[in-house]
Design a protein around this ligand. Structure first.
Ligand SMILES: Cc1cc2nc3c(=O)[nH]c(=O)nc-3n(C[C@H](O)[C@H](O)[C@H](O)COP(=O)(O)OP(=O)(O)OC[C@H]3O[C@@H](n4cnc5c(N)ncnc54)[C@H](O)[C@@H]3O)c2cc1C
Length: 547
């Protein structure tokens, strides 16, 4: 039955539930229903109804997140239709957007003013701004510009009981926000404990020192540093409030760009080179591991990959003029020559830059086509470690993949030491699930030993939430629980994400598991269309036959 006062689309038939049972990751959970709000006031009505009826809400943008945070046993709230983009303010370089505004559309609006939005995930063609806020998303340029948190100046939020308020970075809370029961609870019961615990010296016991990117847990330390609720809400994965508007800061477009590519004969040399390039001011620094290059060599795409390379780095040098970018690129080249780089090349023209970066996109289609070897199952896909630990992490993951008989590729953001892994899993082997579970378990241990985090940019989701206690200190786990209880005491907002539910396991709902009950044919067809074309931006209800 449609929630009281809700004016948008509400469906609880099996086709609609099925088509929202998956996002981009490996999990599948059939929701109770799907609500597509007509506007922010509709979100307010929905939250009040959910509170009154104890119904969990799972906020969702494009559903391109990887860790199972945009699916769940509740009502999916598809906010992708609220995609308006306001006028860019030429004096402040800021813009208000709806939660469902797509990253690339926002960037296009910014470019019309000589500005851009520098958080550039490879999913930018579909990812929504509120989805990116909620995962503290990042992209190659986050090396220079930082992740999403740095670019959010204000959030318009609907809280657990349906109250609504705007919180703004660097400003006192408006009266409306001070009157929100959730904020009052947080101010009374949690704030001072967070300030004292998170800022106590040494602070290493609740943070991962040396990790450059973090989208795991709640951002206690970032909040403690600024006292801004915006900092706490970024990366909170829909567990503290529903976001109905975001104000973003935009940046001037750099006028000069040079792309660079270089191979290295050891992982240590590649990491030294990326540290050097980061210190010199590289805007991006991506790493393609030997496992990735081995797959690329199998394809038809032209490449010039030396057989002895352990890792390839792809970088951008950017500056306010082409001359300055050229000079920066030359400094990086000189440093790389001193580090025995092989196959060094640079490009300044757009087409040549595109050719150089082509290799970064060459492995995914090849992996997807290797169905005889297995299915690409991203279950260890977002670890970040302190940069000096990157060679040990990559070597450790290679060994774990090999030990469990998985072909797979390792790649990622070298400068930020944030690594993605695509293992191919052979579902015809009866022990595939046990091998997946063991591999995940070993990677979690490796990450913990190296002082890393399980999520550099994709969030914890239902996949990683039950594992948080293995990488975060007890103090942090207690505070995560406290934060959640202040903002959502009844467990309405995305339960099972950030704070685990009793009995929750990481790999409970794998969508490739043949034992799962089948979805309806229209739902299955629609989901296959989405994943084949990676068209996460398609409005899911439009993919179903008309009723
Ligand atoms: C091929 C591919 C490439 C990718 N590349 C990158 C990359 O380079 N960098 C990167 O960071 N990520 C990447 N991702 C992951 C994904 O695109 C990001 O996590 C993105 O931020 C998710 O946006 P979304 O709109 O799809 O959010 P969803 O997946 O719909 O939701 C993500 C989280 O945000 C919450 N949420 C969504 N909307 C709201 C709202 N209005 N209010 C409150 N909570 C909300 C959800 O509950 C969920 O917890 C990639 C994914 C794919 C499939």
């Amino acid at each position: 039955m449609t929630p009281t006062g809700f004016r948008g689309t509400y469906r609880d038939d099996d086709d609609a539930r099925g088509v929202y049972s998956e996002a981009a990751g490996i999990a599948q959970i059939l929701p109770r229903a799907v609500a597509v709000p007509a506007d922010a006031a509709d979100v307010v009505a929905l939250a009040a109804w959910a509170q009154a009826t104890h119904t969990p809400l799972v906020p969702r943008g494009a559903g391109s997140s990887m860790a199972g945070a945009a699916i769940g046993d509740g009502v999916i709230v598809d906010l992708s239709r609220l995609d308006e983009i306001g006028a860019v303010d030429p004096s402040t370089h800021r813009v208000w957007v709806g939660p469902g505004a797509v990253r690339d559309a926002v960037n296009a609006a910014a470019l019309a003013h000589g500005l851009w939005f520098p958080v550039d995930p490879s999913s930018g063609a579909w990812a929504t701004i509120a989805g990116m806020v909620s995962t503290n998303a990042a992209g190659p340029h986050s090396l220079k510009y930082g992740a999403m948190r740095h670019w959010v100046t204000a959030l318009d939020c609907v809280f657990d009981d349906g109250s609504r308020a705007t919180i703004r970075r660097g400003a006192e809370l408006p009266t409306q926000a001070k009157n929100v029961a959730a904020i009052r609870r947080f101010s009374t019961h949690a704030m001072s404990t967070i300030f004292t615990t998170a800022m106590a010296e040494p602070i290493s016991h609740i943070r991962h020192v040396g990790v450059r990117k973090q989208s795991s847990g709640y951002a206690l330390v970032e909040f403690a540093k600024t006292g801004d609720l915006v900092d706490l809400f970024v990366g909170s994965e829909g567990t503290l409030a529903l976001i109905v508007g975001v104000e973003l800061q935009l940046a001037p477009v750099p006028a000069g760009r040079v792309a660079l590519c270089a191979g290295f004969r050891s992982l240590e040399a590649a990491v030294n080179a990326s540290t050097r390039a980061t210190a010199l001011g590289a805007a991006t620094c991506e790493l393609l591991d030997r496992t990735f290059l081995d797959i690329v060599r199998r394809g038809d795409a032209p490449h010039d990959l030396d057989a002895g390379i352990e890792a390839l780095l792809l970088l951008d040098a950017e500056a306010e003029s082409q001359g300055e970018a050229d000079a920066l690129a030359q400094r990086i080249v000189d440093a790389f020559v001193a580090l025995d780089a092989v196959g060094l090349s640079t490009a300044a023209e757009p087409e040549a830059i595109e050719r150089l970066w082509h290799v970064r996109h060459a492995a995914s289609p090849l992996l997807a086509a290797m169905t005889d070897v297995g299915i690409s199952m991203q279950f260890i896909e977002d670890t970040a470690v302190p940069p000096q630990a990157l060679p040990e992490y990559v070597r450790g993951v290679r060994a774990i993949l090999e030990h469990h008989g998985f072909t797979g590729v390792i790649f990622g953001h070298a400068g930020d030491a944030n690594v993605h892994v695509n293992p191919l899993v052979d579902l015809t082997r009866p022990d595939w699930r046990a091998r997946v579970e063991s591999a995940l378990d070993e990677v979690v241990t490796l990450t913990s030993v190296l002082g890393g985090t399980l999520a550099g940019e994709h969030g914890d989701g239902r996949l990683r939430t039950p594992l948080l206690a293995r990488v975060w200190a007890d103090d942090a786990m207690v505070l995560f629980d406290l934060v959640k209880r202040c903002f959502d005491p009844r467990g309405i907002l995305n339960p099972g994400v950030k704070v685990a539910l009793p009995g929750q396991v990481p790999l409970g709902d794998i969508k490739y598991d043949p034992a799962l009950p089948p979805l309806t044919a229209p739902a299955r067809q629609a989901l296959d269309l989405v994943s084949a074309g990676r068209e996460y931006g398609r409005f899911r209800l439009d993919l179903l036959p008309e009723r």
